[in-house]
Design a protein around this ligand. Structure first.
Ligand code: NAG
Ligand code: NAG
Ligand code: NAG
Length: 526
């Protein structure tokens, strides 16, 4: 079968991969390994070795087969960084192609936020020096700027046309001399929004625990809690009582000093229960330093569970009962890693993040970003990157009902998750389960789906994703490059159909959605 055929991987990839696996195995070992594979190559048995069966993985559903979590219907959401508002000319919100790409990801929140949110003045002239100020983190512009009412309206119109819900990040750095939040500009934007009957959700500030470093001024967590109470009251007064408010947008969660978690915890102890969801920002890597191997190394993947756990401990110790959002998250910070964060290889971290987060009860994951930087799902030429396709497939095949997998090891190169299949993908309303995940191995992997829940006449529909090389801008579904139709509509996602008795084989370095139609699971009934 053609989709089992692996693409040709340059030899250098292969050697690099071997290196990363053994940290004891240094230069001597490496040369042996290189020598060994060179020999294999010369002997022309490359293909045999490459195709030898690798690990196998048995998919076992929790025998109770109950839904363990319900995510938000907008679980897979995305951001548009506030820095894009500095340069509206180059922000393609008026381009129908861009609207179309965003619409294929609906329903979703689109978060308009980021460092520049705390430099944004709505319909107000910027006072003070005109010398550009630069962020010490990534060199980005952190001077104050004006967002006009017309531009604000056009961003909102874009979100409506695309069927998205706008989540707007208000400037928390407009403050009184005694360091309380000053609401004058927020009042303007909220009143204007209400006047235009805009439906919006809100947040206040971005990465406040890093303000000292980025802006040279601080906002203590307890004070930010009070500022959020203030904003909640303001929203209620100005007609946004049913809008949600999320915070504190902390970062550096999981750092050894735990400062980010402490900040968020103290915030949650002081926000008067004003936030509906506790939010934080997650990146695995520094975009300037990240290497291709980092994108397929299980140790990097395993950072996320540890960080989610740290943040959950913070929520627990605050005594609050709120769910968390990853409200800004991508593979690498500082705009992403060039030629990595926007390529096929980024898909592994992205799909695993979606799967792990849902399994851990995270309510929403906001991908940084849809457009801009090196981590965007849509490239500057408005051609979708592989992660956009993965997101569309996720939206198509995966529902908000999360099932628990009892399969033993999800910390290595084979990592899988299970949800009920989304209703729109069911066949004649027959309950189905979507198992999805990644094979980070350089070998094929065998997947066994087992359990009495599979009906006798069940059919398995396979959607296997591969790339011709790790830095490819393209992604293949069951062997065919994914491309939009000329009218912007989605191509048919044609599965490979097999019987439950057949073995599922995943190619090296692939991703998969495996949909079992005919699942005796009440929780998955539409
Ligand atoms: C504020 O909005 C008003 C009304 O649209 C407009 O006339 C004015 O120029 C705006 N000011 C700024 C600084 O954008
Ligand atoms: C940016 O605006 C804030 C709020 O008005 C002000 O406190 C701050 O000094 C301004 N920053 C610069 C560099 O002018
Ligand atoms: C948080 O609290 C819940 C409910 O008590 C508990 O099940 C969970 O294990 C706790 N999580 C952490 C990371 O402490």
């Amino acid at each position: 079968m053609s989709y089992f055929e692996t693409s040709f991987w340059p030899r250098s990839h292969y050697q690099n991969m071997e290196k990363s696996n053994g940290n004891i195995c240094k230069s001597i070992c490496t040369s042996i390994v290189i020598g060994f594979f060179m020999a294999l190559f010369v002997m022309s048995v490359w293909n045999v070795s490459f195709h030898r069966p690798g690990k196998s993985y048995v998919i076992l559903l929790d025998s109770s087969r109950e839904v363990v979590h319900r995510t938000s219907p907008r679980f897979l959401s995305f951001g548009l960084d506030s820095s894009l508002l500095r340069d509206m000319k180059n922000f393609p919100i008026h381009d129908e192609r861009f609207v179309n790409l965003a619409r294929h990801l609906s329903p979703a929140f689109v978060r308009i936020g980021g460092t520049s949110a705390d430099c944004l003045l709505f319909n107000e002239t910027v006072l003070g020096d005109s010398v550009a100020r630069r962020s010490p983190v990534d060199g980005g512009d952190i001077s104050n700027f004006t967002l006009t009412d017309t531009d604000y309206l056009s961003i909102y119109d874009f979100t409506r046309k695309a069927g998205l819900r706008m989540l707007f990040d208000l400037n928390v750095l407009i403050r009184t001399p005694d360091n309380q939040w000053h609401d004058s500009n927020a009042r303007k934007i909220i009143t204007f929004s209400k006047g235009q009957e805009m439906e919006i959700d809100w947040q206040l500030g971005n990465e406040p625990n890093s303000f000292n470093f980025v802006f040279g001024r601080g906002v203590p967590a307890a004070q930010l809690g009070k500022d959020y109470i203030h904003l909640r009251t303001l929203l209620n007064t100005l007609g946004y009582e049913s809008s949600i408010l999320v915070g504190p947008e902390a970062n550096h969660i999981g750092d050894p000093d735990d400062k980010g978690v402490h900040y968020a915890t103290e915030f949650l102890e002081n926000d008067g229960q004003s936030v509906d969801f506790a939010t934080w920002h997650q990146y695995y890597l520094n975009g300037r330093e990240a290497k291709v191997m980092d994108f397929i190394s299980p140790a990097v993947f395993n950072r996320l569970p540890a960080e989610i756990n740290s943040f959950q401990r913070g929520i627990n110790s605050s005594g609050r009962n709120v769910k968390m959002w990853l409200s800004e998250t991508s593979s690498a910070y500082g705009g992403g890693a060039p030629e990595l964060s926007d390529r096929y290889v980024a898909g592994f971290l992205w799909l695993d993040k979606l799967g792990y987060s849902a399994s851990a009860g995270v309510n929403v994951v906001v991908r940084q970003s849809l457009f801009g930087g090196d981590y965007a799902m849509v490239a500057h030429d408005l051609v979708p990157n592989p992660d956009w396709w993965i997101s569309v497939l996720f939206k198509t095949l995966v529902s908000d009902k999360v099932l628990h997998l009892e399969s033993a090891n999800n910390n290595g190169t084979l990592r899988f998750y299970a949800h009920c299949t989304s209703e729109s993908s069911l066949i004649s309303g027959v309950p189905a389960v979507t198992v999805y995940g990644v094979n980070l191995d350089v070998h094929r992997a065998q997947i066994f789906i087992q359990g009495s829940w599979m009906k006798k006449n069940a059919k398995i529909l396979l959607y296997i994703l591969t790339g011709d090389f790790l830095k490819s801008r393209e992604i293949r579904l069951n062997g065919d490059v994914l491309k939009l139709k000329p009218d912007g509509s989605l191509p048919p996602f044609t599965p490979v159909i097999i019987d439950p008795t057949q073995i599922i084989t995943l190619p090296p370095l692939s991703m998969a959605f495996i949909v079992t139609h005919g699942a005796d699971i009440r929780a998955c009934m539409p």
